[in-house]
Write a protein that binds this ligand. Sequence first.
Ligand code: ATP
Length: 433
Amino acid sequence: MAKNNAPTLMDKLGSLCKRRGYVFQSSEIYGGLNSCYDYGPLGTELKKNVKELWWKAMVYERDDIEGLDSSILMHPQIWKASGHVDGFTDPMVDCKECKMRWRADQVDRDKGCPNCGGELTEPRMFNLMFKTFMGPVENEASVVYLRPETAQGIYVNFHNVREAGRQKIPFGIAQIGKAFRNEITPGNFIFRTREFEQMEMQFFVKPGSDEEWFDYWKEKRVAWYERLGIKKDKLRFHQHSEKELAHYAKKAFDIEYEFPFGWSEIEGIHNRTDFDLLRHQEYSGKDLRYYDQEANEKYIPYVIETSTGVDRLMLTALVDAYEEEAERVVLRLKPQIAPIKAAVFPLVKKDGMPEIAQKLFADLKRDFKVFYDEAGSVGRRYRRQDEAGTPYCITIDGETVKDGTVTIRDRDSMEQFRIDQGKVFDFLRERII
Ligand code: ATP
């Protein structure tokens, strides 16, 4: 809650998410588990739709990108080679009074603890990887890590995928999957959590063409946000300074979104050079060079990475779509990602209307996620769907019984118009797929 006790936009969005079944606190009946969230019926749909939209743009619409689903647990040497065991650390400070822990770069040590003003310790390094043990013996030799990024699963499968997909450089590998980071300061709802899902694409190119491909992917990725329905003026690029660049990167741009808590990264585009493949070559002892038939030469490709988070994009879509109007709260989600595509209502529970509505509902649900509702006034039913982000409501009324037309009500304009009930399927298909 804000200091004056008025709920902030994030508070209001959080309660809408719970009320409508988008997001719940994980393990809620046990008091919750910090920074872990569960997605309810609508959240699950939204998540699936966001992932599908990305997969379509990355894999289905391109001949030069292949999909992959690698395992979360991998050989521990991978994380040595990638630099995560030694380098994936954040400096952190502890409050000597209230014992809260903070990322050293996010607090001013001279001002003391942001929570209680207490004195802060010297910064100490803290590794963000979750450690666990494989097999029955819990010792150093059986340590494995929950992956902190999906990218390494792609690098170690570079030749497998290239050969199976009969790909030549330049080509890419795309993957969607869970990643885990023991973040010191998770927060802002689902913006930064310890368990999250990433959508990463690694594009392998000939050294020397990397700058060109970097610019290409930078433009491609920012353009994709239009498909997600995000307002253009809420997006910007942030170029990493020398100091911000990760150990593996030659150049990096973040795509940032203007959240209620400020401009923040939603996607990273990195030129990772030949760092990762070279390191895996060194640590695995396998020759990971690519043989370029045309040039008759062998080289380690450079990698352009685009990396974003599903949960973070869901938050972006929800924040961007949330609007409060005089008599309603509405989520203006783009129809392609809206969890429910249409709601079907009989105007009243008599005169044959429920039967017609049920029939239409049964027909539509074979292809779309639709919702049937006959409870309460039509006005209240509209409001419920506005809050859920449903783009269209279809009402079966007295006219339908007479001439077979139905009323379609548009979520955004609140306009109503009639179409033949036989045309509802095409109407939805044109706007949603
Ligand atoms: P930050 O600086 O915010 O910690 P990062 O630079 O470490 O992020 P990357 O490693 O580039 O992030 O991760 C790529 C993407 O993965 C981010 O743009 C974000 O969308 C997502 N992501 C990273 N960490 C988290 C997290 N803890 N919770 C949710 N999403 C995350």
